[in-house]
Design a protein around this ligand. Structure first.
Ligand SMILES: [Zn+2]
Ligand SMILES: [Zn+2]
Length: 338
């Protein structure tokens, strides 16, 4: 059998390519894909002249189709979400399940085939069982944006904070809103696109600031009685957004950065130091966070897939990425038959 996959060809060209069906070796499983998300980081790879020669995609969920030798934790038919950071597999961080922090930054699409394909081969240890209450689309989002959001919110000490600003209303930002809502925050959301701002209301945005039209710092100060925000999360990778976010901090504030840009940036550290603020770096999520995250999502009835605004077939990849790159609201998803 032949499987279909998405491959980036450089300078924003995308093709559908056929591959022979993968076979599960020792410790491996083949996953029949059911949902695969389009991520902001895909767009960064899409535009470079020579992208990695692998199948695209790193956010996926599906059904275990074949199990290799020595795989004890999974059976054919299990529903799974996919963990995309592999690392070296040997160092302490990898052994702790913190593969995303391994010095060897290995993972889907960069060093092996990604999951935007009918079938996907991976080591079984990078599969995470998906409970029946969560959809495949929920699972795909958990594997990247959703897991990132959960992980950073946990570090933000939101309880009791009276002012909370989110920069960036893309999929990570929306996931942050869904999780942060549980803590009763009244989010001020900043973005450059009106559609994305309006869409964020559905996930609890209380005040909207369009940074392309008004002075964000001034607006945040007005909304916080001149104090600045106690908690700020930056799910935007632009220098401008990150620098403005720091300026918006209140005394003893706490800021979490999750949006990574393509270029290095400069931040007003003097302001940061004077505010005695706490910075939280947070990068994707640890495999060991997964069970408690699932428990949290089930307990508070959070479905990340509520933000999916369009679904596509793999054959429609070109259109999907083009529309997503234009700053569309919500999350886009490749789906098979679910
Ligand atoms: Zn992603
Ligand atoms: Zn490692």
């Amino acid at each position: 059998m032949i499987l279909k996959a998405i491959v980036f060809q450089g300078n924003s060209t995308i093709i559908n390519k056929n591959y022979p069906d993968p076979e599960a070796g020792t410790g491996e499983v083949v996953v029949e894909m059911k949902a695969a998300g389009i991520c902001g980081s895909d767009l960064q790879i899409l535009t470079i002249p020579t992208p990695p020669p692998f199948v695209a995609g790193h956010e996926g969920a599906g059904i275990v189709h074949e199990v290799g030798k020595g795989v004890l934790d999974f059976r054919v038919g299990d529903r799974v979400a996919i963990y995309h950071h592999h690392g070296c597999g040997k160092c302490t961080l990898c052994k702790m399940g913190r593969n995303m922090q391994c010095a060897e930054r290995r993972g889907l699409h960069w060093h092996q085939n990604g999951c935007d394909s009918d079938y996907f081969l991976t080591k079984a240890k990078f599969c995470m069982k998906l409970p029946d209450e969560l959809t495949f689309q929920d699972g795909a989002i958990i594997g990247c944006a959703g897991g990132t959001a959960y992980s950073v919110v946990k570090k933000m000490a939101l309880s009791g904070c009276t002012s909370f600003v989110l920069f960036g209303a893309g999929p990570v930002g929306l996931s942050i809103l869904m999780v942060a809502r549980v803590y009763g925050v009244r989010p001020i959301v900043v973005d450059m696109f009106e559609d994305r701002l309006e869409f964020s209301r559905r996930f609890g945005a209380n005040e909207l600031i369009n940074g392309s039209k008004i002075d964000t710092l001034k607006a945040v100060m007005e909304l916080t009685n001149g104090k600045g925000a106690e908690r700020i999360m930056v799910a935007a990778g632009s220098h401008q957004a990150q620098a403005t976010a720091v300026q918006c901090l209140a005394a003893n504030g706490r800021i979490g950065f999750v949006g990574m840009g393509a270029q290095k940036n400069s931040i007003d550290m003097n302001h940061f130091i004077r505010q005695e603020a706490t910075a939280v770096g947070s990068y994707v999520f640890s495999r060991t966070d997964y069970p408690e995250m699932v428990e949290f999502l089930l307990k508070y009835d959070i479905h990340y897939s509520d933000m999916v605004t369009r679904t596509f077939k793999l054959e429609e990849a070109e259109e999907a990425y083009r529309l997503f790159a234009e700053g569309a609201a919500g999350k886009f998803m490749f789906v098979w038959d679910n």
